[in-house]
Design a binder for this molecule. Structure first.
Ligand SMILES: NC(=O)c1ccc[n+]([C@@H]2O[C@H](COP(=O)([O-])OP(=O)(O)OC[C@H]3O[C@@H](n4cnc5c(N)ncnc54)[C@H](OP(=O)(O)O)[C@@H]3O)[C@@H](O)[C@H]2O)c1
Length: 315
């Protein structure tokens, strides 16, 4: 089998793989890695349901992808992950038309924003990156199980190394806000969710993967200033500082997670550079921290998330 690495592009990863007959739902489809992910999944024959919060932007991106690939199938759905009512409405509309889903790519995200709160008063990064996706996935779970075999891909980040998940105060009601810590906590939550979801659905053919896509210049950096970039560079163990990927390379691990036969029979794991990540080692920017794949913490987060979204998901 072909081996891919940090330089591989999403197009290279999908080469020779057909996704005909599969429905792929992709959040954060209006920008950056989401657009490239949609483009490449559709080029392999998947019907791609593009989900984003800004309808005008979403329709413009979908129209451009359709122009580039006239025979591909792109659908759109508006959803604001920072409003659980919007997540409920979007899932209801999707389920009206689709009883089976094979791929769910939970790609949308915000990074290092100033302290903001979602409509239901959760800290914005926790609420958007984790809780909104937790609810969205739960609401679509019946269609995912119906469409099995399938995969759920949760975009995490090497930023999960910034912080363990804080079970005592996930929304910063009782501690000083730190935008990077909050991002780290939300990205740790993405990995823990992957572990918890995979445990619950693997017997029924739905496997879950967490992905670190690399460092890519996208709109994700909209809240960053020069000082933030300098800090991230300093924190990078590489003597060259942060090494950036192109968007085409940045979408590769997501597309690999969604389609590679090399991952058959696997799940509940963290991927980077189109490989299964090793355990983290002190001083290295790669690898997954043990606290992010801890099954007890994954179950604890599952229960907390159910409580916060007001719904249980017992598959
Ligand atoms: N780029 C990197 O270096 C990097 C590194 C590690 C991990 N990641 C992860 O990769 C994923 C994609 O990031 P990206 O680099 O492509 O960033 P991006 O260009 O900023 O795209 C993020 C997407 O998420 C959407 N989004 C944000 N808040 C939302 C909300 N409340 N409801 C619905 N959608 C919302 C954005 O919508 P709008 O277009 O309306 O803003 C956009 O479509 C994220 O989960 C990120 O954490 C990226």
């Amino acid at each position: 089998m072909k081996r891919f690495d940090a330089n591989s592009t999403a197009e290279q990863v999908i080469e020779g793989i057909s996704l005909e007959g599969k429905l792929a739902v992709v959040t954060g489809a209006s920008s950056g890695l989401g657009i490239e992910t949609c483009r490449v999944l559709a080029s392999a024959g998947a019907t791609v349901l593009m989900v984003a919060r800004d309808e005008e932007k979403l329709e413009a991106v979908a129209a451009e992808l359709q122009r580039q690939q006239p025979d591909a199938q792109f659908l759109t759905q508006r959803m604001d992950l920072a409003d659980l009512d919007s997540v409920h409405s979007a899932a209801t509309e999707i389920l009206l038309y689709h009883s089976e889903i094979q791929l769910l790519i939970n790609n949308a995200g915000v990074m290092a924003c100033p302290l903001q709160r979602t409509k239901q008063d959760f800290e914005m990064q926790f609420g958007t990156n984790h809780l909104g996706h937790f609810l969205f996935t739960g609401l679509l779970s019946e269609a995912l199980l119906e469409g099995a075999p399938g995969r759920v891909i949760n975009l995490s980040s090497a930023g999960h190394k910034f912080a363990r998940f804080n079970f005592d105060d996930p929304s910063y009601h009782h501690r000083d806000y730190d935008k990077w810590q909050a991002y780290g906590e939300s990205k740790t939550a993405n990995v823990l969710f992957t572990v918890g979801l995979d445990r619950r659905t693997r017997e029924r053919g739905v496997r879950s993967f967490a992905v670190h896509p690399g460092a890519i210049m996208t709109n994700l950096g909209r809240h960053m200033d020069a000082a933030d970039l300098a800090t991230l560079n300093e924190r990078s163990p590489s003597s060259k500082g942060l090494e950036f990927k192109t968007v085409e390379q940045g979408a590769a691990t997501t597309v690999w997670a969604a389609s590679s036969p090399q991952l058959s029979g696997r799940g509940g794991i963290y991927l980077e550079d189109c490989q299964i990540a090793a355990a983290a080692v002190e001083g290295k920017s790669t690898g997954v921290e043990s606290y992010a794949v801890n099954p007890a913490a994954a179950d604890r987060l599952w229960l907390l998330s159910e409580e916060l979204v007001g719904q249980s998901f017992d598959y």
